[in-house]
Design a protein around this ligand. Structure first.
Ligand SMILES: [Zn+2]
Length: 345
């Protein structure tokens, strides 16, 4: 294959493994939902709201970035709202030709402002995804339940129970939220019922925490994938462990820059890790909140990180292989949409 930059990145079929439902809200939708629910907003139009509701320039810490979610979060007050944001998230994936996607959400975080029942919210998310697919969106969607570390162990237990209860409608389980001070071993016990559940396990580690966290997540939790795993690049032994175990990194260049994980997108270690044999993927994380999409991340991978088209093929093959969706779904989607990858794996 020639290595010239010839792919039309928006038109090319893509795979998204790491996208938060709560980070995917359109500004227009935040305004509509807030208005319906009588929630005050710091702006009446999308243009007025953008400076307050979007994260478009770096903040001091991951914690500061997470705090900025409040405006989007507080607009979600009903099951109809949950259904709408799920439907629109799939419409947005379809519009930029993402054909295989995993959407993740934290039931605790999602349901908190409206006092919604977690099971009711699960039904609403599934209904929203189905609405989009029934309306013609050509996206195979897998759902991942998230436990947010900030909510404590009781919430972790409840989220594990939730995931087991809905394991037919989910493909995976994730740990997210504030990282430093919450080492993986904290969750070893509480996650153990998931081990035989058939759900894939991923965890946000190595986004702002030390390389020891990704190492521990692999050794004690047995994660198949790591959300970000940025600090894996800071420790050769941890990098070698990631390679040896075949752990896949869900990397999100613009998000990592905005939350202070890297000083610039150009300095993102994803290309170096790829050259070192690490299984890396490129993802958007929070496209609504960060004003981006996956096509944008591919664009910066090409222009800032110097990814070749062959690199984009490699990370896309990796993403399909690493997706928690069932194999027969992945085979069907690959045959239908990913001819551009060629025959290699
Ligand atoms: Zn994330």
């Amino acid at each position: 294959m020639p290595d010239s930059a010839s792919l039309d990145l928006r038109a090319t079929s893509k795979v998204e493994l790491h996208r938060h439902l709560e980070g995917s809200l359109r500004l227009r939708t935040i305004i509509d939902l807030s208005r319906e629910a009588g929630v005050p907003l710091p702006g009446r139009t999308a243009a007025e709201l953008a400076p307050r509701a979007l994260l478009v320039s770096p903040v001091d810490s991951l914690e500061d970035a997470l705090a900025g979610f409040a405006i989007a979060q507080s607009s979600i007050r009903s099951y109809d709202a949950v259904r709408r944001i799920a439907r629109e998230a799939v419409e947005d994936l379809d519009r930029e030709n993402v054909r295989l996607a995993e959407l993740r959400f934290s039931p605790h975080f999602l349901c908190e402002p409206g006092g919604l029942d977690w099971d009711g919210a699960m039904d609403a998310v599934v209904a929203g995804v189905h609405e989009a697919v029934d309306a013609g969106c050509d996206v195979a969607v897998g759902l991942i339940a998230i436990f947010s570390r900030d909510y404590g162990l009781e919430s972790a237990r409840a989220t594990v129970d939730f995931a087991l209860r809905h394991h037919d409608q989910l493909v995976g389980f994730d740990i997210a939220g504030t990282e430093v001070g919450f080492p993986p071993r904290t969750y070893r016990q509480v996650l153990s019922p998931l081990l035989d559940s058939g759900l894939g396990l991923t965890a946000h580690y190595g986004e702002s925490g030390p390389p020891d966290y990704p190492r521990e997540a692999i050794e004690t939790l047995g994660v198949a994938r790591l959300g970000h795993g940025l600090t894996v690049a800071q420790d050769d032994a941890v990098r070698d462990l990631v390679v040896a175990r075949g752990v896949v990194l869900e990397m999100c260049p613009t998000s990592n820059w905005l939350t202070g994980g890297v000083a610039s997108v150009a300095e993102h270690p994803v290309r170096r890790l790829l050259r070192d044999g690490v299984k890396v993927t490129i993802n958007s994380d929070d496209p609504g909140y960060m004003g981006i999409d996956l096509s944008h991340e591919w664009e910066v991978a090409r222009t800032e990180i110097r990814f070749t088209d062959e690199d984009l093929r490699t990370v896309t093959r990796t993403a399909i292989d690493a997706s928690f969706l069932p194999q027969h779904v992945k085979d069907r989607v690959r045959a239908r949409h990913f001819v551009w990858l060629g025959e290699g794996r």
